[in-house]
Design a binder for this molecule. Sequence first.
Ligand code: AMP
Ligand code: GLY
Length: 422
Amino acid sequence: MKIMVIGGGGREHAVIRKLKENPAVETIYALPGNGGIAADAVCVDIGAKDVDGAVRFAKENAIDFAVVTPDDPLVLGMVDALEAAGVPCFGPDKKAAVIEGSKVFSKNLMKKYGIPTASYEVFDDPAAALAYVRTAPLPTVVKADGLALGKGVLIAQTHEEAEQAVRSIMEDKQFGASGDQIVVEQFLTGPEVSVLAFTDGVTVKPMVSSMDHKRAHDHDQGLNTGGMGTVAPNPYYTKEIAAVCMETIFKPTVAAMAAEGRPFRGCLYFGLMLTPDGPKVIEYNCRFGDPETQVVLPLMESDLLDAMQACRNGSLDKTDIRFSDRSACCVIMASEGYPEHYEKGYEITRDADVAAQVYVAGAKLDSGKLVTSGGRVLGVTAVADTLPQAIQAAYADVEKVRFGNAFYRHDIGQRALQALEN
Ligand code: AMP
Ligand code: GLY
C-alpha cells in the first residue's frame, strides 16, 4: 500500500513510525514532512494546507490511503477534496472538523446535548463583549472562536486584562477572522487530561489517556506553547473517571455530531478538566494532539492502519484496539526563546546509544546534516514499566541529543508522580 501523511511535525513522525509496523505498508509519503521524517518516509515539497496539491499528488501517485492530521487542512476540507477524488482518508470532513474550527459551534453543541463544560456567553459585538467582561466573575476566560495556533485562549485575572483580551481579539484582530466571535467562559479548576479517541461516527474507542505540559518553563511558568512534554497514562484519570467520561462525554459527543448531520470519523481529541463537579470538556480537537501522540502511539499494541481504516469504513466496533499497560514520557527539546523569537540553523547530533524514540518536528536537512528549523525541534519518548522509570529514561536520553540553543522543561511528569503518591 502507498500511504500519504499530511503534515510535518513530531505528531506526524510518530504516526509514520507506527504505520510502518504494518507489513502491508510499502511506501509512506509525507507532505511536506521534515528533515527528520525523511529517515522514515519520502518527503514531498507540498505544504500541509495545499489542498489542490495534495489531491494532485495522490492521483499522480496512486495513493491508497491518506492520513490528514493537522487542524488547518481538516478545517479547510482536505478530506472532502481527497475523498471526492477517490482517495480514502483518515480524518474528519469539513462539516465535522468544525468541532475544533469553531468554539462557538462546540460550546453550543455541548449545551444542546447536555455535555458537561464551563458555562459561557458568545459575542460578535465588541461593545457588548466589553460591557460583559467588565463585571464578569474573575478569573475569566476569553477565547477566539476560530483556529489561532493554540494561542486563542486568554485567562484574565482582572477586568482590565479581560477588556484587553477582548480588544486584541475582536478589535485589533490578533487572530484575524478567528476573532470575529468570542466565547467568554467560566474559569474551571482541576487536573487536565487529554483523551484521544478513534471514532467511525457511531462507535468510539478511547486510547490511553495522557497529560500535556503547555507552559514553556518549569513549574508551569512562562507562555503557553503547543506543548513541552507529555506522559501517558495520566494517573488522575482513573478507571472510574474513564467510565464516567465514556457515558457523559465521549458517547454523547459522537452521537451529537451524528444527530447534527456531521458524523465525526477520525481521531477526536477530548481536552478534559477533572473539576470538583466532575469531568468537563475544556476543548475538542478534530485530530491527534501534539505532543500527546508522541506518548500515546508508542503504547499502542494493536495496528494503527487497521484502526484508521476502520474509522473510515465504519467497522470500528469489530476492530481490535489495544494499548500496553506500560508508561511513556516525552520531553520536547525546543529552541531557546520559543514560543516567541528563537534562532535556528544549529546542527542536531545524538549519541549512538539513544534508546528512546526521537520524533523530529522543527528540523531540516542542510547538505546532509540535520539542522534546527523551528521552535519545537524534537521529542524524546521513552517507554518503561512504570512512570518514574519512563521519566528517568526520557531525561537520560535528552542528555544525549544536542543542538545549539536547546532548552527543555526539567519537570515533565512531576505533577503526574504527585498524583501517584496521593
Ligand atoms: P485550549 O486551547 O482551549 O485548550 O486552552 C488552553 C488552556 O487554557 C487549557 O489547556 C487550559 O489550561 C486553559 N483553559 C481553557 N479554558 C479554561 C477554563 N474554562 N478554565 C480554566 N482553564 C482553561
Ligand atoms: N497538545 C495540544 C494540542 O495538540 O492541541
